[in-house]
Design a protein around this ligand. Structure first.
Ligand SMILES: Nc1ncnc2c1ncn2[C@@H]1O[C@H](COP(=O)(O)OP(=O)(O)OP(=O)(O)O)[C@@H](O)[C@H]1O
Length: 333
């Protein structure tokens, strides 16, 4: 093969050819691209992508460049220079214990502490984040084949199947399809978001397992009410995370102690202190308790998370968010 007189323009031309053979959405990922002796070598940034998205990126580059008539072989190196954003899953095992409420409020509290936070509503079948974060009327745009999250008036970005699928549509989806839908939410255009909180659907089935394999959360928060049954389910969810090598950041007790709005007497409809004792027994940190209040329920329904304004109702969420913030910074609560 004859060498070009001046290699620089030839290299620039090869890079331009590679770029034009690839979709524009991934141009920002290309660190270097060259063709030497009929071999295309591409280095691409993939530090923010989960396992599945990395495989898809590699297959896309290989497929498109193999079709070039001056290329016989394609080599792709995926690098992770870009700091991968942190993913924290919020799980419970049992439904209805307040996982979504906690996720929304922790996200808002962390955003008020200066973190750039995104919320993924992993509850494909019963999405509640659009309502909790007041984005029910918003529809996400798309950027290439990626969704662009909507922005809540409470300072966090959010994506939910509730934003995308017509009500009721997702109900017909089976496990793998639901898992795929969740993957799309994780691989959306989160841009400068540094922390993603995933509000997991209740249970310990296919969706939870595939989320763990594809998105590799950095840690998990477990939520439970003090009821024995909820605790057992939380333990099951904890086991799922341990099996997937996802560190458990700690356990939160929700719906603890109800203060009667009329006489002020505190009662404990779901028992008292059980979650903290349970956390000690399992040797996982206890992150705090959130009391059962009518204000919390009404605020959720109205799309006004208590954590958005200082006050009695926001204090428990802020305290838990502070511990989470410490864990994010130092790995310890
Ligand atoms: N601390 C609380 N005080 C009063 N009501 C609460 C509290 N936490 C949650 N709720 C209410 O309980 C209901 C269930 O809460 P939420 O949707 O957050 O639970 P979940 O575990 O995410 O449920 P699902 O299993 O359906 O995803 C909602 O109506 C919510 O407003």
């Amino acid at each position: 093969m004859t060498k070009p007189d001046n290699p620089a323009p030839a290299a620039a031309a090869a890079e331009a050819r590679i770029r034009s053979a690839l979709p524009v959405e991934i141009h920002g990922r290309l660190r270097s691209a060259r063709i030497t002796d009929r071999r295309a070598v591409v280095v691409a940034e993939a530090g923010d992508l989960g396992v599945k998205a990395r495989e898809e990126l590699e297959a896309l580059i290989t497929g498109n460049l193999s079709a070039l008539d001056d290329v016989d072989e394609v080599r792709v190196a995926l690098v992770a220079d870009r700091r991968r954003r942190m993913i924290i899953a919020i799980g419970s095992g049992k439904g209805g214990v307040g996982k979504s409420t906690l996720t929304a409020n922790l996200a808002v509290a962390l955003a008020r502490m200066g973190r750039k936070v995104g919320v993924i509503d992993g509850d494909i079948y019963g999405p509640s984040q659009p309502r909790l974060l007041a984005t029910e009327r918003d529809k996400p745009m798309s950027e290439g084949d990626r969704l662009v999250p909507v922005t809540s008036p409470h300072g966090v970005k959010v994506l939910s199947m509730g934003h995308v699928a017509p009500p009721g549509r997702a109900l017909a989806w089976r496990g793998p399809m639901a898992g795929k839908a969740l993957g799309q939410l994780v691989d959306a255009a989160w841009d400068d978001t540094e922390l993603l909180l995933i509000d997991l659907p209740p249970g310990t089935g296919d969706v939870q397992i595939s989320m763990m394999q594809d998105s590799r959360p950095d840690g998990a928060v477990l939520v439970s009410t003090p009821q024995d049954l909820a605790l057992l389910d939380a333990a099951r969810a904890g086991q799922l995370f341990e099996d997937g090598n996802v560190p458990i950041i700690g356990l939160v007790e929700n719906m603890a102690g109800y203060a009667c709005p009329h006489c002020g007497e505190v009662s404990d409809p779901f028992g008292q202190g059980g979650v903290e004792t349970f956390a000690q027994r399992l040797e996982i940190p206890f992150l705090g308790r959130v009391p059962l209040t009518i204000a919390t329920r009404l605020a959720g329904d109205a799309g006004k998370p208590p954590a958005a304004v200082d006050g009695e109702a926001s204090a428990p969420f802020t305290a838990i968010a502070e511990r989470l913030d410490r864990w994010i910074a130092s790995g310890a609560v």
